[in-house]
Design a binder for this molecule. Sequence first.
Ligand SMILES: NC(=O)c1ccc[n+]([C@@H]2O[C@H](COP(=O)([O-])OP(=O)(O)OC[C@H]3O[C@@H](n4cnc5c(N)ncnc54)[C@H](O)[C@@H]3O)[C@@H](O)[C@H]2O)c1
Length: 302
Amino acid sequence: MKPKLLITGGLGFIFSHVTEYFVQKGWDVVVVDNESAGSHLEIIDGSFKYYKMDVCDRSVIDLVLKEAPEYVIHAAAMSDVDYSIREPLKTLIENINANANMFEACRDLPSLKKFIYVSTDEVYGECDHPKKETEILFPKNPYACSKAAGSLMRLTYGSTYPSMIETTAETRFCNVFGPRQDTRKIMPLIKHSLHTGEPIPLHNEGLGYREYIYVKNIPPAIDLILEKGNRTYNLTLNDGLTVHQLIEHAEKVTDKKINTYPSNRPGMDLKYQMDATRIKTELGWKPLYTFDEGLKEYLEMI
Ligand SMILES: NC(=O)c1ccc[n+]([C@@H]2O[C@H](COP(=O)([O-])OP(=O)(O)OC[C@H]3O[C@@H](n4cnc5c(N)ncnc54)[C@H](O)[C@@H]3O)[C@@H](O)[C@H]2O)c1
């Protein structure tokens, strides 16, 4: 029997790669996505079952029970920070509802072997050192707050409901980059500028510091956690750079010049930084691509 995996948000930037990875592995994959943002409809080719559905809708609980997957990944979220600052109420209602529905669906799922809730480094807020999974959450924008609400649900469901103690896990990725990313994000902007010479906006003088990971590192890490993880795992290689340094680095790798113009993003955290010791030591995680290998492949890709 093939293992069955249900992925919410499985058409989006990161999880379209995860959908394809498990299809190629021979798993029975079911995707639930509402095609609201960043969806890649071009991957729909009949190799997985697809439901166009909003995870905020409570009927998703019945759908999960009907499909009875052994594995569930909840990655669907409105993930645009700028939008969330303009529309906090919508963001909170949508993402928190979606999270609650998926935790509820998994609570009553007899077939369940593992449920992964996908979170983010943004739940830690401004970082003055590499944050460990045990540290306090201090989300500073509505998107991060809605993700942190899911992280708290994981703690609650994973300790209140015996059926979920061993079966829930959570990931907190740093900034993921690679093919299919939203073209308004920094890496696609850099790539576009390298191809066209168009200048890019430099928020807050390029001082924002982020850690970056290539998207092709994500599916095998998810596979590992489905197999043996039941805690929260930070996912980073500690390749941290300010945006200013990132631009300089891309110029060096490609030997081309990138022009910028000043811009401002209110409420922006200046630094996210995580400690990924847990996933390396407890699960033996090793990345497929270093930052430079991923960057080179991505920037050279047509
Ligand atoms: N991009 C990053 O660097 C990053 C970093 C850390 C964590 N994450 C998390 O990873 C996940 C995927 O991020 P992404 O960048 O690939 O986002 P994305 O916007 O590209 O993809 C999200 C997908 O979810 C779908 N979706 C959104 N709300 C939905 C809903 N209510 N019902 C059904 N489908 C819905 C969208 O249509 C889209 O296909 C998110 O949970 C995000 O918080 C992303």
